[in-house]
Structure formats: C-alpha cells, structure tokens
Design a protein around this ligand. Structure first.
Ligand code: ADP
Ligand code: BMX
Length: 305
C-alpha cells in the first residue's frame, strides 16, 4: 500500500495557484505548519509565476529536491505543459512547459490542475471517502471540477477532463474566455459575478462584495447569488446523468460561503431524485488542492523509487 494513502504520511511543500490567490504551505505529517500567500498576477508569464511560487516557498524553508506538489488553475497535459482554458484568468499562459520549469527551479515537483488535486485529496482524506462516483466542484474565480471514479482520478492526455465549468447553461449567453458561449463559469464563477456587479453599477465590488451585499438584503446582489447557485446545482444534476455521481463536495471561496450549499440544495431538490447526489462541503476546506498536490507528488516519488 502506498504510504501517501494516509494523511499523516504527507510531509513536504505544496502550492495552489488559483485565479485570485497564490497559496503555499509546508506540511509535516499531514498538518500545515507554515503558510504563505499573495495575490495571483493573471497577466504573468510562466517565469514570473514560478518566481512568485519560489518566493513563497523560500519563506517556508523549501530546499532543492524536497517533495513538492503544485496545483494550478488551467489545463496540465500529459507532457506537463500548462495552458489556460479561460484566457481571461491567465492571459499569458498558453501551452508552456510548467513541469520542466518547476523541476529546473525546485529539483522535484509534481503538477496538476487545482480542482483535480482537490478532488484527489477529498476522495482519499475528506468528503469523498466511501463514494465510488465522486465530484469535487470548486466555485471560485472560475468553476472547476475533478472526478474520481473508483480509485481513479479521471484525466485525459490534453488535461481538459473534469473542466465542468465549461459546460453550457441556459442561464448563460455571454462569450466565455474559453471561446465557448454561455458557460457555467461565465454565469456562476467569481469573475462572472464581479462583471455582473459592474454591469449593475457596482464596478468596485468583487464576488465577495456581491455576497456581502446580498447578505445585507440588496436585491440586485441576491439575484446574482441565486443565479450562481441555481446554475451550479443544475450542472451537478447534468453531470450526475453522465457519471452517476453519489456525492459532490463543494469547495472554493464561493462554494464554501455560508449560504451557498443551502441554496444549491434548494435548487437540486427540484430535480428528480435520481439526479440528486449527496451534496456537502469539502472537508479539507481551502486546503484540498494543497493536500492533493502533495499527495500526488509523494505517490509519484514512491512509484519511481
Ligand atoms: P482561487 O480562485 O484563487 O482559488 P478562491 O477560492 O478564494 O481563490 O476564489 C476567489 C473568488 O472567491 C473571488 O471571486 C472572490 O471575490 C470570492 N470570494 C472570496 N471570499 C469570499 C466569500 N467570503 N464569499 C463569497 N465569495 C468570496
Ligand atoms: C477554470 C479553469 C480550470 C480551473 C477552474 C477553477 C483556467 C485558467 N481555469 O475553470 O482549470 O480548475 O477555473 O480555478 O482555465 P480557480 O482559478 O477558480 O481556482
């Protein structure tokens, strides 16, 4: 049995590069013993993104060759090349050699999509335990997903598998940064909510501000929050029709916002029972992607040893 199959076997470093924040942590026996974070530069090149990771890792005491898992927003193909699917989130990342750059800089690294990493962590150590057909859904800057069927993280050579935010929705109509029109991400994700707030006359608000306005009873904001939750609930029912999902764990700062799960539950309750998987919050919270990336890094090292 792989030692990474238990949480307390996880000792090393992890990075989670999302569309809004870059987080890093040092883990000892599965516990975060140091944390660093900064704002993501969505226009940065590969070199600048790796520099930003290096700064955080240096502060955490990283040494060349230490176990390192890196979770990134965007697509990671089988050759370790990285590309934004939504170019509005990372405008300078298009088919760049991430894994080569990480290996050259840090001596050891394993990289994967952020939602895929989070799905792996939740399925092994968190909300997915005991579910054979499991989806982790992040509602964050964008809307992303990772699917675990049995003991296997679903992947594809081009790294697109699991990108559930790019499914289209009848709620949508706008052009998405992926090139598709009317995607779930272009309605329900954080960038979409900020854009909708600007259209409603609140250009200074981000998605967090929209949720705060909604909590204060502002009806324009309430409409946007309700539409996001309704759209992701419908997405869950649609994916359930394809994969027979048993359980879905919600993550990301929007997915973990206090009211969001309840709103999704209320929408999902209108679907026939067959299309309603169990819905819960990610048990590892904001750490899912960090933990999953490090677990994958350690599993990879063990396989190569
Ligand atoms: P990332 O996408 O970088 O992984 P997050 O999961 O934190 O990061 O998602 C960022 C999005 O979540 C932003 O659009 C931000 O405005 C929004 N957000 C942050 N905190 C909250 C909150 N408490 N309630 C609702 N939305 C939030
Ligand atoms: C987008 C896509 C996914 C990512 C998801 C959540 C890009 C740059 N990202 O759908 O790869 O998993 O967002 O990422 O195309 P986050 O930035 O919201 O954390």
């Amino acid at each position: 049995m792989s030692t990474a199959s238990s949480l307390d076997a996880l000792t090393g470093f992890a990075v989670d590069l999302g569309g809004t924040k870059l987080a890093a942590a040092r883990f000892e026996r599965g516990k975060a013993v140091g944390r660093e974070r900064c704002v993501t530069d969505g226009a940065a090149s590969l070199e600048v993104q790796v520099d930003a990771m290096a700064q955080l890792l240096r502060r955490l005491g990283h040494r060349h060759g230490a176990p390192l898992g890196v979770a990134v927003t965007g697509r990671l193909d089988r050759d370790g090349r990285w590309g934004a699917v939504n170019v509005g989130t990372l405008s300078s990342i298009s088919d760049v050699p991430l894994v080569d750059a990480l290996m050259a800089r840090f001596g050891a690294a394993c990289a994967l999509n952020d939602a895929a990493a989070a799905a792996w962590a939740e399925s092994r150590f968190g909300a997915g335990i005991g579910a054979e057909n499991f989806l982790y859904l992040t509602v964050s800057t964008g809307v992303g997903g990772g699917v675990v069927l049995g003991d296997r993280l679903v992947s594809s050579p081009n790294g697109l598998a699991g990108h559930v935010g790019f499914v289209s929705t009848p709620e949508g109509g706008d052009l998405c940064g992926s090139g598709r029109t009317g995607t779930v991400e272009s309605v329900a994700g954080g960038r979409a909510l900020a854009a909708a707030a600007a259209e409603a006359g609140y250009p200074e608000l981000d998605a967090r501000g929209v949720f705060a306005a909604s909590a204060q009873g502002e009806s324009w904001a309430e409409v946007l929050v309700a539409r996001s939750a309704r759209t992701t609930a419908r997405l869950v029912a649609d994916i359930t029709a394809v994969l027979g999902l048993e359980r879905v764990a919600l993550g990301g700062s929007i997915g973990l916002a206090p009211c969001y799960l309840d709103r999704m539950e209320a929408s999902l309750a209108k679907e026939p029972v067959l299309f309603r998987p169990e819905l819960c919050r990610a048990l590892l919270g904001q750490d899912s992607a960090l933990v999953g990336a490090l677990a994958q890094a350690i599993e990879k090292q063990e396989t190569q040893a």
